[in-house]
Design a protein around this ligand. Sequence first.
Ligand SMILES: Nc1nc2c(ncn2[C@@H]2O[C@H](COP(=O)(O)OP(=O)(O)OP(=O)(O)O)[C@@H](O)[C@H]2O)c(=O)[nH]1
Ligand SMILES: [Mg+2]
Length: 346
Amino acid sequence: MLFIDEAKIYVRSGKGGDGCVSFRREKFVPKGGPDGGDGGNGGDVVLIGDDSVNTLLPIAAHPHIRAGSGVQGTGSKMHGAGGEDKVIAVPVGTIVVDDETGEPVADITAHGQRMIVAHGGRGGLGNDRFKSATNQAPRESTPGGEWEDRTLRLELRLLADVGLVGKPNAGKSTLVRAISRATPRVADYPFTTLEPCLGIVELDIQRRLVFADLPGLIEGAAEGAGLGHEFLRHIERTSVLLHLIEPQPMDGSDPATNYHAIRSELHRYSSTLAQKQAIIALSKIDMIPAEQRQKVIAEISSELGLSDADQVYAFSSASGEGISALLEACWATCKRPAPGWTANRS
Ligand SMILES: Nc1nc2c(ncn2[C@@H]2O[C@H](COP(=O)(O)OP(=O)(O)OP(=O)(O)O)[C@@H](O)[C@H]2O)c(=O)[nH]1
Ligand SMILES: [Mg+2]
């Protein structure tokens, strides 16, 4: 599933410093010549591709970006200082569009790629620049160039790494809420989630996974039951499926039957999806009394009819139990290249 991370930013470059009109005034030097210095150039706003940045969230949180203004020139041919550039690190893969015109401005495709998105005004010229054989005492100077401001839309397209599947109410959205900043709706009725939603999960600073929360699937989805299964196309390109199973379903159904129903819907949708690597996890284990947990997990695991190599994870979004082990498993599986999977990050 394609995830579009977006930020709208307001950039303003620095104004150029004005040129200065000044004449040399020194003892014993009558009628000193012009010595007004130039103004400094205004700073640019620059975007730079950075591999270590992987989301536009921090940029979206501080959308007003201003470079420094150039300082005005002074006498004694002193040039004003240049305004400071403002350099913003953006993830590689960021597309920049002018928000007013819709015109593409930049496509940051490499680490270290720089792009000036608002040019600083040029420094004005001091009167020293205007002296000539016929005009020894010019009173001219030029003002600093104006700043440039524009509104830009930044877009980062990502593919989800982990696609969540399971029956309605399995706890998919709750998990995404617990592990990311995404806030999909959660409620104790089926089909709370009507549209896929993505959340970025940071295992630590360097490791990030994009999770896709999907609507629940039910038997007969292929024929249009429930929300149908059209939305499954969103997870066809994820690296792994995370299949959630409620150990004690709220509707009184059987966990193993639910598991097989989902498997068969996946299969009916596409063989790509059916063959995709899947991690199986029992949700809401806080609802099972601690002393019964191991037994219940073992029972359900054996009913699923999995091969011995398949581990069944168990977790609770409510208590946080088992979540880090589950995320580590997702990470390990995503990073293990599967047939047909190409890495979408360096
Ligand atoms: N006790 C407990 N309740 C949970 C946990 N996770 C989810 N729930 C509850 O289970 C119900 C369904 O959760 P959702 O996250 O909306 O389930 P879903 O799989 O996204 O459901 P659909 O979007 O309808 O497919 C809600 O009432 C949640 O509060 C958990 O770890 N522990
Ligand atoms: Mg949901």
